[in-house]
Design a protein around this ligand. Sequence first.
Ligand code: 5RP
Length: 225
Amino acid sequence: MNSHKKSAAGIAAKYVKDGMTIGLGTGSTVQFFLEELAELIDREKFSITGVCTSSATEREAQKLKIPIVSLQKETSLDLTVDGADEIDIHLNLIKGGGGALYREKLIAKNSQTVVIIADESKKVDVLGAFPLPIEITKFGNELIQRKIEDLLPLTSLRKNADGSIFESDNNNYILDCKLEHANSLLHLEQELKLITGVVETGLFINVADVAIVNNYKIEKDDQYA
Ligand code: 5RP
C-alpha cells in the first residue's frame, strides 16, 4: 500500500547524513525514498551523491535533481536503500521483480549499510511464493535454462507485456524460477552461481542490515511478532 511504502521510505531517510554516497535501489517503494532524498537535498542543503541500480532509477533521480555518479573503482558507498519482493525472518530477500537484481546486488554488497524498505505484503516466513529471478546471458540461454532446471525445475523466461523477451539493463535475459524448499539458501545460491552463464540471482542472503516494513524496523535476526 502506498502510504506504508511512503512511511518506510520516510524512516529510511533518517539514515541519510550530509556528505553520504548512497546506492539508490529500484521500484515503487524506492520512488518514495528518492522523493525524501530530493527534499533533504533541497531543504537541508545536504550534499549527497547517488549511485543508481537501474536506468529507471537514473531517470527518476535526474528528474528530482539528485546528483548521481556511475560506479567507479574508488566509489565508497555509505548506504544503500532498496526495496524487495520478499523478506524472510532472517532478512534474506528475493529481489529482481523489476529486473535490476545484478546492479542492485553489486551496489548493496559494496555498501556499508543496506536498508530495505517495503510494505507488509513483502514479509514472509519462508522465501519462495514470489518467483526467484535469475539473470542469464542471452548467448546459450536455452542450455543455461536447462542447467538451472536441474536445480529448480520450474523456470520461465521473462517476457514484456507485448510478448517480447524482457532484457535487463545489462542486455541479459531473466528466468523466473520456482524456489522449491531449499535446505540451504546459501548452498542453492552457490550452486546456481557455478553454472556458466548465470550472471546473478535474486537471492540476497546476508545482504540486508535492516528492513523497514511499513513503519517499524526489523534488525537482523529479530523474530517477527
Ligand atoms: C527491482 C527490485 C525491487 O526492489 C522489488 O521488485 C520491489 O519493488 P516495489 O518496491 O515496486 O514493490 O528488486 O529489481
